[in-house]
Ligand binder design. Structure first.
Ligand code: SF4
Length: 932
């Protein structure tokens, strides 16, 4: 096949529609006057789907040779049946599921199991039993005996349990006096069979269900019913070069073309593969120009091949391209690649509601409720564009930003009242939190979080909470469908009085969202994503069959957790073989109706051989034997390889050198803290990221207590302590010790409530209390006394620059002042920092601001408390550091670059590492050095 060849529609598919049209028209001659007894427009054509309506209508008009024609009714059987009213009440599936769940919960058969999952499985089984008119014996023991025989095994606990569950639930669910969906369909079909007066023509591609077969048989007794089975038609017109290919497809997929298959043609006796190949050759049934097979190395290779082929078809002018996805994983990747190439894809299969962003906001809301507004859930919820849609987007973003800052600054982990407390004074944030509180109350009416309610009651509460939260779902197409679904379920379940906990309801809701799909009807594109079962009687300019390995074609349907195939046969239920036959027939229809098909699969997976679908393997083998052509698509692989070589020659840019940004003049700050100055000295890029880009403002919320929290508490404790006891010598040591412990307990209390591990930090601090008192008393003996603590300062250095900060403590000895800074760092590290003048700037800044003649760190290292002073003259240090700061700011104003040149000791604690990507360019630099 030349994959870019345009078949020149209508091609092969039109032959089938024309054949149908000719037959129908022949039954309704004369035209155009229309037979009085048997007018064409009174006939009904039953379609497998509405896509077949247009080509059939075109064939009818073409074959009639009339300029105008009153067309017959074309409808699917489901829609036709649905148009008939029935008087008995129909119980919706949602109510049946609730009833079944309640029965399972009462019986306690499945302790700690996923009851909604079991409910779904059981409902499917019960529906199948209804569909196939299965009647169970009245007596449970008789049913058990039936199972015993079918399993050909003696009754054991598992079999008895299975028999009891199915028997009991079947009778429970069938004694309501109401119809379910399946029974209602059967009743409608029975009524329709009695009412129908006109000839029926049926287009079909696979076997009918039991009820539909019954309906057609009942109709046949009164009116003409004609079936057009694509499986038979595919080999009836072997003389036609356009459809002669049907012979090989049929031979490969059905394994034989024999007289035994009553509904099919009687072309040939079956035989060995070689005999079948000979037969295929005699009928010139060649697929070379219609079907190609592409075996990829892996998923990415398959996806890229598929994307490339779709684009080639588009370039060749194909107007309708179907991607038939057997493997949804590959399909998702192909879709992403196509969208990257700006080719939109119409998705006929749709997205389950649970995967949509409109459902995400719903689930985030429930997450937040259930986690007591855990900050991640809360912030995630507030980031959704759907919540508080009655406020301007900018306003919402600003409030969210403020709240996020507050949360991160105060490390509040959960609990709405705690967020309200930290937001005191922030009106807009408070309003938002109050609405959340009100919405939570709406969900928790009648008694808090432990309450139970009916499914409809929960849905009603959800709707109320949505109104309070200003959920703007209605303006979004998917959101509108979600709201509609919620309302439908609420309406359907209004009469159900079973009560469920919030957790049970939420599980139910998640299952509902998983079971319902949304189709985006706004996308117009020649490329369509669909599934095999939806392709009956459809033709496209080109078809890409994705994921055709033996795992996905045929797909392995488990058949549910109840009964094996032997039991299913004995009960009269369809077996796995019937499901497989449906897939095979759908493939036959697809290959018959379409004359440009590329099937792809991953020929290897994780280094292992991955087999082609047995259907396509058979086709390939027959074709190889008949025509010495294994149908392999080779050209596509070669083009892909060339494309790969090209992309290797032009690799994507990587950040391969140290970033050195310059600060735009107007972005340069006019204030710098002592910490900021330290960062500027340690690594200019770190300063740029933290203080120009302000990335430091989004600190991580510490859920567990960290060393920085410990430092803050120690600062707080010592400040309170020295304010109460400015001169220690005036008090007994025991009094000081117990006072310090008391203050410590108060400061640590909130964190202890939140995190048990805080106790370890408290113990660590308690070990330091005595040594600290010893050091402080010793300092007093040297003449130093506490003057003030936590002293904010602003020091103007130039017209454009202010140095600001907070001094932990100022002590005095006569006229001499000393600034002190508490550090939770060991003395050795502090000495190292101070060794090189200018490396550590903090003490110099505080000394400048406090106009002090002395400065020191107080090092807290477990129970070791030490005073560490800079080894250099403080006056010189202050002068040099202030001069340098002014100069650096002038340089930045002139556009000087800020390189990421932190030393390893700084880098290992740096949170900006991910942004500066030191690991990439430093390794690149090392490699360059090695090669250079
Ligand atoms: S990781 Fe090192 S080089 Fe990168 S920004 Fe931080 S301190 Fe600078």
């Amino acid at each position: 096949m030349n994959p870019t060849q345009n078949s020149g529609y209508p091609g092969g598919a039109a032959v089938f529609f024309d054949a149908v049209a000719q037959y129908i028209l022949a039954q309704h001659r004369p035209l155009p006057e229309e037979s009085k007894n048997n007018p064409l427009h009174h006939a009904t054509i039953l379609l497998p789907n509405y896509h077949a309506a247009q080509p059939l209508a075109q064939s009818l008009i073409r074959q009639s040779a009339q300029s105008a024609l009153l067309l017959p009714r074309m409808i699917t059987l489901q829609d036709w049946a649905q148009s008939l009213p029935i008087t008995t009440k129909v119980t919706p599936d949602s109510c049946r599921a609730a009833m079944l769940y309640e029965a399972l919960r009462t019986q306690r058969w499945f302790a700690n199991a996923d009851l909604w999952g079991i409910t779904k499985e059981l409902l499917t089984l019960l529906d199948e039993m209804t569909q196939h008119h299965v009647t169970l014996p009245k007596n449970a023991d008789d049913f058990l005996a039936q199972l015993e025989q079918a399993y050909q095994a003696k009754r054991g606990t598992a079999m008895q349990f299975e028999a009891r569950v199915v028997h009991e639930l079947w009778y429970t669910m069938n004694n309501t006096g109401e119809l379910d969906r399946v029974l209602a369909y059967q009743q409608r079909l029975a009524q329709l069979a009695l009412a129908v007066q006109v000839p029926i023509y049926v287009l079909h591609a696979c076997d009918f269900s039991f009820a539909e077969e019954n309906f057609l048989n009942a109709c046949r007794a009164r009116i003409p019913v004609t079936l057009f089975d694509i499986r038979a038609m595919s080999i009836q017109q072997t003389h036609c070069p356009l459809v002669g290919h049907g012979v090989i497809i049929h031979a490969a997929l059905h394994g034989t073309v024999s007289e035994d298959e009553k509904h099919l043609s009687t072309l040939s006796p079956c035989g060995t593969l070689h005999e079948q190949a000979q037969f295929v050759r005699e009928h010139h049934s060649n697929l070379a120009n219609r079907l190609r097979l592409f075996g990829a190395h892996d998923l990415e290779h398959e996806a890229r091949a598929a994307e490339l082929q779709v684009r080639r078809w588009l370039l060749a002018g194909k107007k309708s391209i179907a991607i038939v996805a057997q493997d949804r994983l590959v399909a998702r990747r192909v879709r992403a690649l196509l969208e990257r190439a700006e080719v939109l894809v119409r998705d006929e299969t749709g997205w389950t509601l649970s995967t949509l962003s409109v459902s995400t906001v719903l689930m985030r809301w429930l997450d937040a409720l259930q986690s007591d507004f855990y900050f991640h859930d809360l912030l995630d919820l507030l980031k959704s564009p759907f919540i508080f849609s009655d406020r301007a987007a900018d306003e919402r973003k600003e409030v969210l930003y403020k709240l996020e800052q507050l949360v991160r600054k105060n490390s509040v982990v959960a609990h709405l009242p705690a967020f309200m407390e930290i937001a005191a004074g922030e009106g807009a944030v408070q309003t938002l939190l109050a609405r959340l509180h009100q919405a939570a109350a709406a969900m928790q009416k009648n008694g808090g979080r432990k309450k139970t309610d009916t499914l409809a009651g929960w849905l009603d509460a959800l709707q109320n909470s949505f109104e309070i939260l200003g959920m703007g779902l209605a303006t979004d197409e998917a959101g509108a469908q979600l709201l509609q679904s919620l309302q439908t379920w609420q309406h359907e379940l209004a009469g159900n009085s079973t009560r469920f906990s919030l957790r049970e309801w939420r599980h139910w809701l998640a299952q509902q969202l998983d079971a319902n799909t949304f189709r985006d009807t706004n996308i117009t594109s020649p490329v369509l994503l669909t599934h095999l079962a939806a392709t009956g009687w459809r033709s496209f300019d080109a078809v890409l069959l994705l994921g055709c390995d033996d795992t996905h074609l045929p797909g392995k349907e488990s058949g549910g957790m109840w009964f094996n195939d032997g039991v299913r046969v004995s009960l009269g239920l369809p077996t796995r073989q019937i499901n497989l036959a449906r897939q095979r027939d759908a493939l036959l229809s697809l290959l018959t109706m379409n004359d440009c098909v590329l099937a792809t699969w991953q020929a290897s997976k994780n280094g292992e051989i991955n087999l082609l679908s047995p259907y396509l393997e058979m086709l390939r083998t027959l074709h190889q034997l008949a025509y010495n052509d294994d149908l392999a698509e080779r050209e596509l692989g070669e083009i892909l390889e060339v494309a790969q070589v090209r992309s290797a020659q032009f690799p994507l840019p990587v950040l391969s050198s140290m970033p050195t940004p310059a600060v735009p003049r107007d972005a340069l700050p006019h204030k710098i803290s002592a910490g900021g100055y330290n960062s500027l000295v340690a690594c200019p890029y770190q300063f740029y990221a933290r203080h120009i880009l302000r990335l430091n403002e989004m600190d991580e919320v510490s859920e567990a207590v960290e060393k920085s929290d410990y430092g803050k508490w120690v600062h707080d404790i010592l400040h309170q302590f020295h304010q109460q006891f400015p001169v220690l010598a005036q008090h007994k040591v025991e009094e000081l010790n117990s006072a310090l412990r008391r203050i410590s307990d108060v400061v640590f209390a909130p964190a202890l409530q939140r995190d048990y591990l805080t106790r370890a930090w408290l113990l660590r601090w308690q070990q330091a209390i005595e040594p600290y008192l010893d050091v402080q008393i010793k300092m007093e003996l040297e003449g130093w006394h506490f003057k003030s603590g936590e002293l904010p300062f602003e020091l103007r250095l130039t017209d454009d620059l202010i140095l600001h900060g907070r001094i932990d403590r100022v002590d005095g000895a006569g006229q001499v002042m000393r600034v002190l800074d508490y550090k939770m760092i060991d003395a050795g590290r502090l000495r190292n920092k101070l060794k090189d003048p200018g490396e550590d700037v903090q003490l110099a800044c505080y000394a400048a601001a406090g106009e002090s003649n002395s400065a020191a760190y107080i090092s807290f290292d477990k129970d070791k408390i030490q005073i560490i002073e800079p080894p250099h003259d403080l006056g010189d240090l202050v002068q040099a550091n202030m001069d340098r700061l002014i100069t650096v700011f002038e340089q930045m104003q002139s556009g000087a670059a800020l390189p990421a040149n932190g030393i390893e000791e700084v880098c290992q604690y740096c949170e900006i590492r991910g942004l500066c990507r030191k690991s990439e360019w430093s390794i690149g630099g090392e490699q360059a050095d090695e090669h250079g």
